[in-house]
Design a protein around this ligand. Structure first.
Ligand SMILES: [Zn+2]
Ligand SMILES: [Zn+2]
Length: 309
């Protein structure tokens, strides 16, 4: 596909359904959902993957969830090849809990989402530990905005210094600030910026400048950055094709947008009542070549967590 065809494809997106076979989408390569919060009901962990046509999921859980992960893997190991563990780094036990989780088989830390600065002492403990254990760290970057006081791991604008100071740590960025800052005009105006992307933003630059930074395209924020300016998305995916991976962070119950959580009024309008996995994979199908789609949906993540693709 050349660029013109890609753009024509994006234009036709509203009319064209995902590559559907029956009711289940069939994507052009296998897909691993790298941002799937483990659900309490084991059946729901399976239902979401099946409904969205996803091949496998990386489970995000608390650090003590090894038994639940093992139970899911006993049912279907291929569907759940890996998991990431989170803990509160502000507590004295946090680091030990994360270490124990990695010893128990977790492949990364995350997602880490705390009311502390991304370059503060609590998070730096995680960055040192992740380097020692050779696992990536998935971070929810969200500064307060004019329309929301919610703030977790604040300070992406200062993060270049961290990337430089921790060259052995593999950082995975995600969430509102991380994807908002792809646009050069982002100044924390709103949690979900709209309108055309202004090229030259901070996140684009950090991804280009630091080999130890990766991007997780999950949630409304990831979907949003790919849909604001379709032509920009084509180039962005091409530019960072070896450093981005797919994730859903979806709250729907069935891989089709069903269930109360994904239909709540607080869910961003673009994905309310829809499955984020289906929506983002549809955008990627149209904005990326099949080769780049495969990297983002499958191979990049496997390389990052050290599993064969
Ligand atoms: Zn998050
Ligand atoms: Zn979903």
């Amino acid at each position: 596909m050349d660029r013109r065809q890609l753009l024509a494809g994006i234009g036709a997106m509203a009319a064209a359904p995902a590559l559907a076979q029956g009711d289940i989408p069939r994507w052009s390569s296998p897909v691993i959902d790298m941002h799937f919060h483990m659900r309490r009901d084991p059946a729901q962990n399976i239902a979401h993957q099946v409904g969205a046509g996803v091949t496998a999921a990386n489970l995000l859980t608390g650090a003590n969830a090894a038994p639940q992960v093992a139970a899911l893997r006993a049912q279907n190991a291929a569907l759940f090849p890996s998991w990431f563990a989170s803990a509160n780094l502000a507590t004295p036990e946090g680091a030990a809990q994360l270490t124990a989780a990695i010893k128990a088989g977790a492949k990364g830390f995350g997602e880490l989402k705390q009311h502390v600065d991304a370059d503060g002492p609590e998070m730096r403990r995680a960055y040192d530990l992740a380097a020692d254990l050779n696992v990536p760290v998935l971070i929810h970057f969200q500064d307060a905005t004019a329309d929301s006081t919610d703030a977790w791991n604040s300070g992406l604008v200062r993060f270049a210094a961290v990337l430089k100071a921790y060259p052995r740590t593999k950082f995975i960025g995600h969430a509102n600030s991380f994807w908002g800052h792809v646009s050069a005009d982002f100044k924390d105006q709103t949690a979900y910026p709209e309108g055309p992307i202004v090229p030259g933003g901070l996140t684009d630059k950090l991804l280009s400048d630091y080999p130890n930074l990766y991007g997780d395209l999950s949630a409304n924020s990831g979907h949003n950055v790919l849909t604001r300016t379709p032509a920009f998305a084509v180039d962005f995916l091409k530019r960072h094709q070896d450093k981005l991976h797919f994730g859903s962070d979806c709250n729907c119950e069935d891989g089709r947008g069903g269930g109360a959580a994904q239909n709540a009024p607080g869910v961003a309008a673009a994905v309310r009542g829809k499955c984020v996995a289906r929506e983002t994979l549809s955008v990627l199908t149209h904005a990326a070549t099949p080769e780049i789609f495969r990297k983002i949906a499958w191979t990049n993540a496997h390389r990052l967590i050290g599993l064969p693709a």
